[in-house]
Design a protein around this ligand. Sequence first.
Ligand code: SF4
Length: 321
Amino acid sequence: MIEIDELSLIKLIEEIKPKLVLVTCPSGIRLDCIKIISNLSKKYNFDAIFFGESCYGICDLAESEASFLQVDLILHIGHNSTLRRAGKMTYFIDAYDTISLTPVVEKVLPLIRAYKNIGLCTIGPHLKRLDEVQNYLQKLGFSVYIGDSIPPLRRGQIFGCNYSTCKAIEQFVDVFLFIGSSRFHAIGLYNLLGKPVLVLDPHTKEIFSIEKDALRVQKRLLFNFYKAIDAKNIGVIIGLKEGQYNISAALELYKELNNLGKNVYIIAMKEISNDKLNEFQNIDAFIETACPRISEDFFDKPVLSLQYGYKLIEYLKGQKI
Ligand code: SF4
């Protein structure tokens, strides 16, 4: 079950008095959002349009669609952070998962007996319950660290592209416990810091080390990197989601790779998918400048993140990487 920050939402609606609202949220909480906002719309006399496109992160704004639809307000629900608003009309509304973390934390105890210093991290929906977990583990004698808020991250929070709260406590920690149902957050954490990461999934009550998955991803990224070295034709992708838009990086890659003898094509795309990339039959490898997580997905051709794109340039220039 999800509960949203209804107080902030009502305050906002009373302040803006919108007539037409665009509602966007991650797919996992869409049904809850439809229910809650439909009820509020009757009470506060506005019409709601529910955005049917993906919404993967706080970066995934819908400002241009909102202008096209001529709405008065965008409610972006469920990507909690320190930010209250973005763009011209996006307001972030927090959403929290009401599931208890205690059962899954109790289950992890036999696996962490060998450790003394625990780092805790999670994603937006479970942030409110981190203190509970910290107190519980501390009472059992563990030293438990939670990274302070580093905006836009809240205390103990991570994004798939931002682990700075964990980096800040890395030196004190023997093992990280990641609370959440998404593997890619834990994979990113392991691959960035190289410390053991245990995933505690509050929904399935599963607990597992992310090491094997993370090493598999590392291998795939390296394999793609080496394939991209030999690519004659490279596509540099500009992401058209507002918060992922990075045309300056794309143009820089374009220039550098051209100078290094590659045939480079710039491509603009909103949702990056295997099917869409396969339409570019002339291209041997891609570099996407949008979201670092995308390159971890499965594609038929190599897709490098921006970070690996820069490494590719260094490699081609004969520099050590
Ligand atoms: S850029 Fe990617 S990883 Fe970062 S917040 Fe957006 S969707 Fe998440």
